[in-house]
Design a protein around this ligand. Structure first.
Ligand code: GRF
Length: 211
């Protein structure tokens, strides 16, 4: 499976994907920021990189068209948003719908948008986590492929909670891409995503606080 990764900065999720020994070909890592730290890591691993600078384009349509042109040069079967911090136009999302996935640092549909860890702490939720989902025009919506939950502890700060969630992001995203490459991710007629061959996990309920 040919994959293109889109990043904007640090690129730790990209790094986890590149290091996971996945049965995919990473055709290109594309950043909208020339100074994204993740670019150097990808290049050092021999993965082609490209920059489509949003500042060099007037308006979202022009930027998204340039981005799509760069992506399409590689004819990927999967486009992975890994900390890509630009809102995409409806036209762009529709072009890649069904082969465009994102990771969000919250248990969607709770806490879409920014500052998820601060908001989770303020809401007093006892479980928080991350979500891998297909991208649809509405931001941080779209069919959920997988989620990982972590407990929220009484003395958490946003930074501590973020670190606990990020560790799960680095585990979950490669797992999902592996399932996709194996053809195990299926869409039911009602739009819900299921995993073929999944074990019965009904007895593995998560509770926090555990008491
Ligand atoms: C992650 O928390 C991811 O969930 C969110 O943006 C952050 C990107 O971090 N979409 P990194 O660039 O992968 O380190």
């Amino acid at each position: 499976m040919k994959v293109v990764l889109l990043i904007s900065g640090r690129g730790s999720n990209m790094q986890a994907l590149l290091e996971a020994d996945l049965p995919v070909e990473f055709a290109c890592v594309i950043s909208n920021r020339p100074d994204a730290a993740g670019l150097a890591f990808a290049a050092a691993r021999g993965v082609p990189t490209a920059v489509v600078d949003h500042k060099a384009h007037v308006g979202r349509e022009a930027f998204d068209a340039a981005l799509a042109a760069e992506i399409d040069r590689h004819a990927p079967e999967l486009v992975i948003l890994a900390g890509f911090m630009r809102v995409l136009t409806d036209a762009f999302v529709r072009r890649y719908e069904g082969r465009l996935i994102n990771i969000h640092p919250a248990l969607l549909p709770a806490f879409p948008g920014l500052h998820t860890h601060e908001r989770a702490l303020a809401a007093g939720v006892k479980l928080h986590g991350c979500t891998v989902h297909y991208v649809v025009p509405e931001v941080d919506a779209g069919p959920i492929v997988a989620q990982a939950a972590v407990p929220v502890l009484a003395d958490d700060t946003p930074a501590r909670l973020a670190a606990r969630v990020l560790a799960q992001e680095h585990r979950l995203y490669p797992q999902v891409v592996r399932w996709l490459a194996e053809g195990r991710v299926q869409r039911r007629t009602d739009g819900v995503i299921t995993l073929a061959g999944a074990p019965d996990i009904a007895s593995l309920a998560l509770a926090s606080p555990a008491g």
